[in-house]
Design a protein around this ligand. Sequence first.
Ligand code: HEM
Length: 182
Amino acid sequence: MATIANAAPGMRYTKVAIWLHWAIGLAVLTNISLAMLTEGLPRATRMALMNIHKPLGIAVLGLTVLLILWRIGHRPPPQPAGTPAWQRPMSRIVHFLFYALLILLPLSGWIWFSAADRPIDFFGLFQLPAIVGPDEALADQMHERHETLGIAMLVLAAIHILAALKHQFVDRTGLIGRMNPF
Ligand code: HEM
């Protein structure tokens, strides 16, 4: 019963929110993989892969701003039918933390590279402007913050994905239908 109710039109996200969700989700998971799985690789290979990581992170920042603006004009659907009372605030908190991290994680990278005086190339199209002047101490601090925020994002993504899969396949609430673009 809840499965049908959750897939009903009024219970789904808008198409724009859904496509932005999957674009951001895919980019974040790619970027976490690029950062963590390339650590032991030869320097030149890692640098080449990090030249994808950096603009992709900036794209996440831009897409997240778009999603937040869209969300202001288009409220998300009501919480899924049958969600236990204790889970309702939890999902709001997780979503809020996601938005905070989706802004702070790329921003810390941008500040880090600006402070280190290393311009970020956006997929060969243009260079991003520096948002702070050269400052070695700030660069070191942002480097550390960026890594900590990255770990927080990994933990949050794991919680979010496991919760979505549990709803879908264990509780069979059809939750993922709310985010199905097709
Ligand atoms: C790191 C990657 C991901 C990020 C950053 C992310 C982010 C988000 C955010 C911010 C929301 C809240 C949307 C809103 O109400 O404003 C959301 C909702 C949702 N996400 Fe993700 N997501 C990711 C990956 C996934 C994956 C892999 C799945 C499926 C297994 C998934 C399934 C869902 C579903 C079903 C909802 C709607 C939940 C509900 O209706 O209460 N997400 N996601």
